[in-house]
Design a protein around this ligand. Structure first.
Ligand code: NAD
Length: 393
């Protein structure tokens, strides 16, 4: 079939297998061009490995450092009539490129929040890797079923404390408008923490430790977004921010409870960029279109692979890396510094329906959005007849 993007609201409901493979290849080329240093991960578990920051983590570990990687993701395979999800095609491409280099890369497709998938992962580690020395936790999900109670929790994206009215951009209708967001109630906050907080990260580390598949000095990191004043009301100080604060608690708890193995857990703060998850957050498409404009002008624009390879080379795998007051690794400085934020704020105040496309880099945002699904990638023939059927090898 000839596959063209089917965009509905903030999601694209199909994906291009050749485009996704090319996008993975481009990321591999990038990490191979970097000097990543002598210290390196050897056996890496990436939870949320198929798109966005988790995919970039896997590619960095595998192709930057030559590590064996086991990934966990939740993706839909293709049928004759329907393409797979982008993460499915990305993973197929990672497997193919890894195997071509004689590198171990295997993936478990299922609900990472469940104990079944944790048990399968442990068996696979025992069988193929022995132990892992790095665990990257990069899940982004709107819901989680608690494996103990069976209750399903949903996350919400709402302010905390008071209602908040702000500008937003509706990507579907090409419309800049105000939105008013009502504050979350206590239950909504608690449920968002249940889904996106640190409980599941801790559970993973606990079960991996009990099964004795964590190497001594194993590192683990979970990803967060902190941002600044412009995004705090809807992110940092909102329901999702409360969940992310819980990651800080979990990092300390993991490091303390696994001290006998010298396991260290850090939250890593990364910059805002287009991924399947961030495009679903109100305000983010507008904010990201503006930061793309400013950061491209400043020459500091980065995507997932640049951020994550920097995180590995400058934080995870150096002696005594800098941390912030909460013991986090910060890779978001080019976005959150005052001078850059002031330029973004200036544009934010000016932006209207009329000038949005001049003031922002929405074209860049939209291209990167389509790239996530394998569309608008250079050197891919989108008129070609391709089979949606791809298998993980
Ligand atoms: P993403 O949507 O691109 O990736 C999410 C990953 O989680 C995918 O691999 C998906 O398959 C997997 N996943 C989701 N639910 C799952 C489940 N139940 N079981 C197994 N796998 C599941 O998201 P992303 O933007 O790369 O986000 C990853 C992390 O990075 C999140 O913690 C997010 O908050 C953080 N982060 C994102 C940004 C940003 O701007 N995108 C910035 C800073 C930090």
């Amino acid at each position: 079939m000839v596959i063209k993007p089917k965009v509905r609201g903030f999601i694209c409901t199909n994906a291009h297998p050749v485009g996704c493979a090319k996008s993975v290849e481009n990321q591999i080329k990038y990490v191979k061009s970097q000097e990543l240093g002598e210290n390196k991960p050897k056996n890496v578990l990436v939870i949320g490995c198929s798109t966005g920051y988790g995919l970039a983590s896997r590619i960095t570990a595998a192709f930057g450092y030559g590590a064996k990687t086991l990934g966990i993701c939740f993706e839909k395979p293709p049928t004759e009539k329907r393409t797979a999800t982008a993460g499915f095609y990305n993973t197929a491409a990672v497997h193919d490129f890894a195997k071509a280099e004689g590198l171990y890369a295997e993936t478990i497709n299922g609900d990472a929040f469940s104990d079944e998938i944790k048990a399968q992962t442990i068996d696979k580690i025992k069988q193929d890797l022995g132990k892992v020395d790095l665990v990257v936790y990069s899940l982004a999900s709107p819901r989680r079923t608690d494996p103990v109670t069976g209750e399903t929790f949903k996350s919400t994206l709402k302010p905390v404390g008071q209602a908040y009215t702000t500008k937003t951009y509706n990507t579907d209708k090409d419309l800049v408008h105000d939105i008013s967001l009502e504050p979350a109630n206590e239950e909504e906050i608690a449920h968002t923490v249940k889904v996106m907080g640190g409980e599941d990260w801790e559970r993973w580390m606990q079960q991996l430790s009990e099964a004795d598949v964590l190497a001594d000095n194993c590192k683990t990191t979970a990803y967060t977004y902190i941002g600044k004043e412009l995004t705090w009301p809807i992110y940092g100080q909102a329901t999702i921010g409360k969940a992310k604060e819980d990651l800080d608690r979990a990092a300390t708890a993991i490091t303390q409870s696994l001290a006998s193995k010298a396991v260290t857990a850090h939250v890593s703060s990364l910059k805002a960029l287009v991924t399947q998850s961030s495009s679903a957050i109100p305000v983010m498409p507008l904010y990201i279109s503006l930061i793309y404009k400013v950061m491209k002008e400043e020459g500091t624009h980065q995507g997932c692979i640049e951020q994550v390879s920097g995180l590995f080379a400058e934080r995870l795998y150096v002696e005594n890396p800098p941390v912030d007051e909460m013991n986090r690794y910060r890779m978001d400085g080019f976005e959150t510094n005052d001078a850059t934020q002031a330029k973004i704020k200036d544009l934010w105040d000016q932006v209207t329906q009329e000038n949005f496309h001049q003031l922002s880099d929405y074209a860049g945002y939209n291209r990167e959005f389509l790239n996530l699904f394998g569309f608008e990638i250079q050197d891919v023939d989108y008129e070609a007849d391709v089979s949606p059927i791809v298998e993980w090898k």
